[in-house]
Design a binder for this molecule. Sequence first.
Ligand code: BES
Ligand code: MN
Ligand code: ZN
Length: 509
Amino acid sequence: MFSTKLISITSNTDSFAADLVVFFSQQNKKGVLATDLSVKSKELEQAIALGDYGGDDGETLLIYPQKDPKCNDFSGRQLFVGLGSIFDKSDIELREQCRITGGLIAKAARKLKIETLSLTVPCIKTMELDDVAECIVEGLLLGDYSFDKYQKEDSKKPNHKGIKKISVYSTGKQNKMEVCLKRAKSSAYAARSARNMANEPGNQWTADSFAQYASELAKKYTMKCSILTKRDMKRLKMGGILAVNQGSSEPPKMVILQYKAKRDTAQTLLIVGKGLTFDSGGVSLKPGAGMQDMKYDMCGGAAALSVMAVVGEEKPDVNVIAIIPATDNMGGSSALKPGDIIRHYGGITSEIINTDAEGRLILADALAYGIKKYAPDCVIDLATLTGAVIMGLGHHRTGLLGNNQNFLQKVLIAGERCGEPLWQLPLDKEYSDQIKSTVADIKNTGGRPAGTITAAAYLQKFVGDTPWAHLDIAGTAWDFTKKSYIPKGPSGTGVRTLAELIRNWKKHC
Ligand code: BES
Ligand code: MN
Ligand code: ZN
């Protein structure tokens, strides 16, 4: 499934040898189609003359050109894609536009069941050619995604198996172009693998699946993988994850994957992702309607683990450790109950008010353990933690909270640059007061007001002074803002923000 070949080419003629050949067009400042198109064709000219194509942003035109006897260059299908007028756009807007354009091309390619595609990288004045190519191809690969493994194939209408080969034609420097295409591929594939994990149902993707995937990555990229079992958790007194797992017949796993940079003095980033493979709410049972969506409650873990493939491919100058506390949250006679008091790794006790506030319980153990064991310079966690973040920010922005403004700023920029925007929420002391308990050190909910913030305040108790960023992806991990390169269902959000952050790691904290 993940097998698209990407090649950078420098010969214009080669670019015509594909099932679909893509060209871009731009408009001048007044919104009039620029005439210096990289290809001339009668069919295109006719479409323009009739007013059927003006090159607006996102406009597409598919043509079937007649073979010109004087010319060897020929392709059966050509797709023209409008970029509109790009003059007043910021770098961030242009990058997003390129990805969206890539997604549009993927859509057209899927519809036509295209196997080989070539495109001529458009010249966008304020951007490097290889950056343009990277964003377009990333959008293309992100858009070229489907999940149909559990559906019977219609023999008359076989499913599209994805684009097999993309040839990228440009006059840019070849080596730079190749690096960029590789980056586009590794981040898009990592996001797609996170989507795949999320699409798997709760009876297929279990805590052990995270462990298996991590050990495969470890083998492939020679990283270190350690799996803490239930026995280890008991020995380490990880009362949070054990409590959440109590009602389950599926054993919990704490999955740890470590990448070590070459340089001994490299900084260390710890990534923790909520790997809740199904959230029924436990004894504080969720309502039935929509409960099937709670198979997606592992998207934080999926992002944390998937980005390690990018790390493995690119070998950055920063140590990266991913920890995924993984379990489901079930009810039953052995399950955790409201009123119970648990003791987290490290000793903090917590009164359980609502067993549906389980994410913070498993994350608390993972954060405290990861920080104690690996002494990271920065820590970032991703979790589908609260329904409240959807009330506040909808499905358009990830909630961001933390204890170090400098680090948060880097995360904000990383998200902005890759089309996964975040919005920071405050984390003042007053919010911590909401989770004070009369019988334990803290309690696991702070009531209805500011649910996203009190959840973060809970986690804050376990990170100490380590610069920390918390990403509440409950609204963005699935049903993310509709975009050409992000399908319905799981989005793979977080993966590319992390990749961006790691790629630009220069003393973040
Ligand atoms: N996994 C949910 C959060 C969630 C809700 C994600 C809706 C996506 C859509 C989390 O475990 C949860 O149930 N949170 C509770 C916390 C509350 C009981 C304090 C919530 O948000 O309702
Ligand atoms: Mn829950
Ligand atoms: Zn949950």
